[in-house]
Design a binder for this molecule. Structure first.
Ligand code: GCU
Length: 720
């Protein structure tokens, strides 16, 4: 009897543990999870609207769409999606007017034409008196995008009757930039090593490559630069090009084009020429031949991304030429193949005795209008370097005759790397929605880069990838939301951060509102929280030296002044902040008069940019009525306290998340809280040595002294 009781208990425990393990999830599936919809009624409703699939084309792209639908429907609805040869009630009809006679018969031309080569249409309609859902486009890849959109409706449990959705991307080139090296290290990568396994390519096509392409297609990303901007010329040799071809072939069905970084000195390094001078006829010919070779492997190769004369990279200036000379030479080499050159404007030189924030503008503005038609100048969102907060880059308001491409950083180099939960859509939106006033009020950065303001034909947006070979792709599970939101905003910069977070959370976790509401708020607040505990009120570039991890406001006396912290915060016994008004570096003059006027006066300057543009006394009164010193302290403490709240909030949703993902985020929030307190205490103690004022009453005292924080210097930070 006793034995039987014991065995019943054992079986019970075994079943529970099985259930728990089957719930465990490592995050590999991203937002494409396709787990059974638990609500039987909803399942029934979706089943009635997906009774079969009528699709006549069989191109690789349409096949990808079919496979995705089959996998998703059988997962979400627990039934296979059968192919139909005729219209039956509830059927899905997929294809283009060219490959589907049924779709052709619907005469959708007037609706399809405006959608271009990538947009799609999803229509609830009747065909032969039978209810049907049509997913169509002008191209197969448009159909694939529409398919993913339709699946999102199911995953987020939307109504799918009476659909009349038409959607087209506002920006043409939506590209991930991988800062991946050929030895598989990733510059500023915090999610393991590179996903490109160069050693086993071209013969070994990792399933990850296909899942990567699926994920990108699901959010409309249509290009990937495989290699680091600090480039290695070897990627342009035959040994590597055959590997590049293998990746390009794997990605092609998903509409994902491959691009490479071009090392400007490649003609010397791998071509044995004496020079890389862009005006030298031999150099021009070398690049032309090299481009032809690349296209012989990858006929739809996208083009080159170039970092030149920046942080030690070679470039046209080595030969007394300018950026346009360099970009145009490469552009000419690939123009007839339809390739583009993305020429980066991230340039600054410590030998130039001027505010680093001004240098890109100074170099590029005079070149406006002198680039070839197939060149995009790729500009970082802000004038320094992906700080937690920067004003928009002044070049966005200054180059009406040159297509400018946005460069955001998805990987969190300066945003707590992969231990901090920071949802970046609000950061991206802040830049996209910023008004340049270049053609009067309403001239937003988004309208500059989507081409509508200056009528650019060529448009683009890039995100520096946060992807590595960690099982969950991005190190921090919530880093996936940043990949996701980059893609969504690249497709449509007008989407709200809130809507994107909602979609991502529903697909990645659950549709339960008791989970969605608190966690959505947590995400939406997370960036401002980070700004508070790292760089409040417009402070910037005060992180640890070189690896950029943790606080380092005391960094000084390094090989370059513009890589130190004291260069940027300029704290003295009198006050703090970088004067960029006419009494200082006058970087403000690079913005339009409306902005100069508003930002030039500390009383009207948005408080989030106060110390970016102004050097102010410690007793300066800010809007809260506190002194500047009091406000700085208040923000640091508030930021750290908010991370504590994030940790508590996560604790409340345990019931909605599998144990593995729950614990993953929980442990990282613990780390984040420690790091936020580290930033808070280190910065407050350091700035106190200048302000000479006490930490305001009511705020807890740091547990260590300043020397302790200064001595912290972690040695093997990833991504460095
Ligand atoms: C930052 C980053 C570098 C990177 C550079 C760039 O400075 O720290 O690792 O190479 O940006 O964007 O080129």
């Amino acid at each position: 009897m006793k034995f039987r009781f014991l065995s019943v208990i054992l079986v019970f425990l075994f079943t529970i543990s099985l259930r728990l393990t089957s719930f465990a999830d490592d995050g590999y599936r991203l937002w494409q999870r396709y787990d059974l919809i638990k609500d039987a009624q909803k399942r029934q409703y979706y089943q009635e609207n997906t009774t079969g699939l009528l699709m006549e084309g069989n191109s690789p792209t349409l096949t990808a769409a079919r496979q995705e639908l089959e996998m998703a429907i059988s997962g979400l609805l627990g039934k296979p999606l059968r192919s139909s040869t005729a219209i039956a009630s509830g059927v899905l009809v997929l294809g283009t007017p060219q490959n589907s006679p049924v779709i052709k018969s619907l005469n959708l031309a007037s609706k399809l034409v405006p959608l271009g080569s990538e947009g799609f249409l999803i229509l609830s309609t009747t065909v032969n008196n039978k209810k049907a859902t049509v997913i169509t486009a002008n191209s197969d890849v448009g159909v694939l995008y529409g398919t993913f959109h339709f699946l999102k409706l199911l995953q987020t449990q939307q109504d799918i009757n009476n659909l009349a959705i038409s959607s087209a991307p506002k920006i043409k080139n939506r590209i991930l930039n991988h800062w991946d090296n050929l030895d598989r290290t990733v510059e500023r990568g915090y999610a393991g090593f590179s996903i490109w396994d160069w050693h086993r390519l071209p013969d070994y096509i990792d399933q990850r490559y296909l899942d990567y392409a699926r994920a990108n297609a699901s959010i409309g990303i249509n290009g990937t630069v495989l290699t680091n901007v600090n480039a290695n010329a070897l990627i342009l040799t035959k040994d590597y090009l055959i590997k590049v071809k293998a990746l390009a072939d794997a990605f092609r069905p998903y509409g994902l084009k491959v691009y490479l970084t071009a090392r400007f000195s490649a003609p010397i390094e791998i071509g044995k020429l004496k020079t890389a001078d862009p005006l030298d006829p031999e150099v021009k010919t070398w690049w032309k031949n090299k481009a032809a070779e690349v296209y012989s492997y990858v006929p739809d190769f996208g083009g080159f991304l170039v970092k030149a004369n920046s942080e030690g990279q070679p470039g046209p200036q080595n030969y007394g030429r300018n950026h346009a000379d360099g970009a145009n030479m490469l552009a000419d080499a690939i123009a007839d193949k339809g390739g583009i050159v993305m020429w980066r404007a991230f340039v600054y030189d410590n030998k130039v005795p001027d505010d680093r924030a001004k240098q890109a503008f100074t170099e590029f503005k005079p070149l406006d209008g002198s680039f070839r038609k197939n060149v995009l100048v790729q500009v970082k969102n802000g004038p320094i370097d992906f700080q937690p907060r920067e004003p928009f880059h002044p070049l966005f308001g200054a180059m009406p005759k040159t297509p400018l491409m946005m460069e955001f950083q998805i990987t969190q180099e300066y945003l707590g790397q992969a231990t901090n939960l920071v949802y970046q859509a609000p950061l991206y939106k802040e830049t996209l929605d910023a008004d340049t006033y270049v053609k009067g009020a309403g001239s937003t950065v988004a309208k500059v880069i989507d081409g509508s303001l200056h009528h650019y034909q060529l448009t683009g947006i890039a995100g520096v990838s946060n992807i590595g070979n960690d099982r969950n792709w991005t190190g921090h599970l919530f880093g996936q939301a940043n990949w996701y939101c980059f893609g969504r905003l690249a497709w449509d910069p007008t989407l709200s951060s809130e809507k994107i977070a909602d979609e991502w959370l529903r697909m990645t976790f659950t549709n339960e509102t008791a989970f969605l509401n608190p966690i959505k708020n947590l995400m939406l607040q997370s960036r401002e929280t980070l700004v508070n505990y790292m760089t409040p009120l417009g402070l910037h570039h005060i992180m640890g030296y070189s690896h950029h991890y943790g606080p380092g406001p005391w960094i000084k006396d390094k090989q370059r002044a513009d890589w130190t912290s004291v260069y940027y915060h300029k704290a003295t016994a009198e006050g703090i902040g970088f004067d960029r008004t006419p009494t200082g570096s006058n970087a403000l003059a690079q913005y339009s008069p409306a902005i100069q006027q508003k930002f030039g006066n500390p009383q009207t300057c948005p408080e989030e940019f106060l110390l970016w543009f102004h050097h102010l006394k410690w007793d300066y009164k800010v809007k809260s009525g506190r002194t500047l010193w009091g406000e700085i302290c208040q923000r640091y403490y508030q930021g750290a306290a908010e991370v504590g709240k994030m940790r508590q909030t996560w604790q409340t949703i345990q019931a909605f998340v599998d144990a593995e993902r729950f614990n993953h985020v929980k442990m990282l929030l613990n780390i984040q809280e420690k790091e936020a307190r580290w930033w808070r205490d280190a910065c407050v103690l350091y700035f106190q040595t200048f302000s000479g004022r006490p930490i305001p009453a009511g705020l807890e005292k740091p547990t260590q002294n300043l020397d302790y924080y200064v001595s912290q210097d972690p040695k093997f930070v990833p991504g460095n």
